[in-house]
Design a protein around this ligand. Structure first.
Ligand code: ADP
Length: 390
């Protein structure tokens, strides 16, 4: 049918988009073929099924893609039509694509790598600034801070955290320096008193009463110094030991025992009071609690003349211990400073009440280490109440 179609260019020649056609019978004997096949033949597949796709063969040195179709006449298979077309262009396209990919792929990879390196470098630039600044900060320039570049992102948060850490370090350095200078000052005072007393004593011969009096003054200075050194050692021990071991302490009997013991030792009335009747247990270092109560009661004894009250209240199942006196009280100005090391109220100095100003600093440290909350309320002339919460 339409045999003249075979005269068209694509069936005649093999240079430009040739289409090869061959008709075979059911055994594969060639019945007719397009002129461009010349003496070549297309490849016949005897066991062909219509599901099979196309295959590649070689005709006259050219790669071609071939297909096989069943020809029927009035529903009866009569033969096959073999169709083939040049695969050269497709091959060229595939080759070009492969070459382009071979060049592009490493190119893209390299440029991606370089871009990423650049971007990563740019994004860690602020971190490098932080590193170089923190490396510069030492004990001598602890007041300097890392500049905060961006307030919101993680790097901004990191910078702020580092600055807060520096703040805390600076504050503790300042406190440490202040403490050392206060300690030297406090130790120098009794030493100067002692030196002065002894110098006066050797200037000329004295009566034996004068010798006794002056030596007594010197001994008082020595006592003051050794009390202070004891307190300093106690403070250093608390700081060094860190968080102390906790015991299960029954507060009612523990505080009552402390009251009885101190009353016995000092001869001052220490009254134990509570409205609770059931035992209350807390997890606390017994030794620390004993030291805290001792210090507070010794202060109450020093700064008052009347009886001392040790009171326990229970709030939401948690005990509160009060150490109360009806003594001189603490002024508004002093109350903020009494827990500072070496702070002594001017009235205590005036009244010549012995002390080092370290007792409450030790109490505060011990309370911090043991997880006890300490607060004070006081009124000048009517007494003070120290409150311990667990
Ligand atoms: P010290 O008693 O050796 O002076 P502390 O650290 O124990 O040192 O106390 C600091 C200061 O707090 C005291 O100098 C005193 O002025 C004041 N203070 C402490 N406890 C009381 C109290 N119960 N009543 C009045 N003042 C007190």
């Amino acid at each position: 049918m339409h045999k003249d179609e075979w005269q068209e260019q694509e069936h005649q020649e093999i240079q430009l988009n040739p289409i090869f056609i061959e008709i075979v019978d059911l055994e594969g004997n060639s019945m007719d073929k397009s002129p461009n096949l010349g003496t070549n033949r297309l490849l016949f597949h005897p066991n062909w099924s219509s599901k099979e796709g196309a295959w590649t063969i070689n005709i006259g040195g050219q790669e071609v893609r071939q297909k096989q179709m069943l020809l029927k006449h009035e529903g009866k298979p009569e033969g096959y039509m073999l169709l083939a077309t040049s695969f050269e262009e497709a091959r060229e396209l595939l080759d070009n694509l492969r070459n382009i990919l071979l060049i592009l792929y490493p190119g893209i990879l390299i440029s991606l790598f370089l871009t990423m390196r650049y971007l990563a470098g740019k994004s860690i630039q602020p971190i490098q600034k932080i590193i170089s600044k923190t490396n510069q900060i030492t004990q001598s320039n602890l007041n300097e801070r890392v500049p905060v570049l961006d307030q919101e992102d993680e790097i901004g948060q990191l910078t702020r955290s580092i600055n807060e850490l520096l703040n805390r370090l600076e504050q503790s350095m300042i406190r440490e320096k202040q403490f050392t200078s206060d300690a030297s000052h406090e130790l120098r005072t009794p030493l100067s008193v002692m030196r002065g007393t002894l110098e006066v004593l050797i200037r000329k011969p004295r009566t034996s009463e004068e010798y006794v009096k002056k030596i007594q003054t010197a001994l008082e200075s020595i006592d003051r110094m050794s009390a202070m050194i004891d307190q300093l050692l106690a403070l250093a021990r608390v700081e060094r030991s860190g968080e102390s071991m906790k015991d299960e302490v029954e507060i009612m009997s523990f505080v009552e025992e402390v009251a009885v013991q101190i009353e016995k030792e000092t001869g001052r009335e220490v009254r134990f009071q509570t409205e609770e009747s059931i035992p209350v247990f807390v997890q606390v270092s017994e030794k620390s609690l004993q030291m805290i109560l001792n210090n507070l009661i010794q202060n109450a004894i020093k700064y008052s003349d009347g009886p001392i009250d040790l009171e326990i209240q229970v709030e939401n199942g948690k005990p509160l211990i009060f150490v109360k006196d009806q003594g001189y009280g603490i002024g508004e100005e002093s109350i903020k400073k009494i827990f500072d090391p070496f702070y002594r109220d001017p009235s205590a100095l005036e009244k010549l009440i012995p002390g080092t100003g370290l007792g409450l600093a030790i109490v505060k440290k011990l309370a911090q280490e043991s997880g006890i909350e300490i607060s004070v309320s006081s009124e000048l002339g009517s007494g003070s109440a120290f409150r311990l919460g667990f």
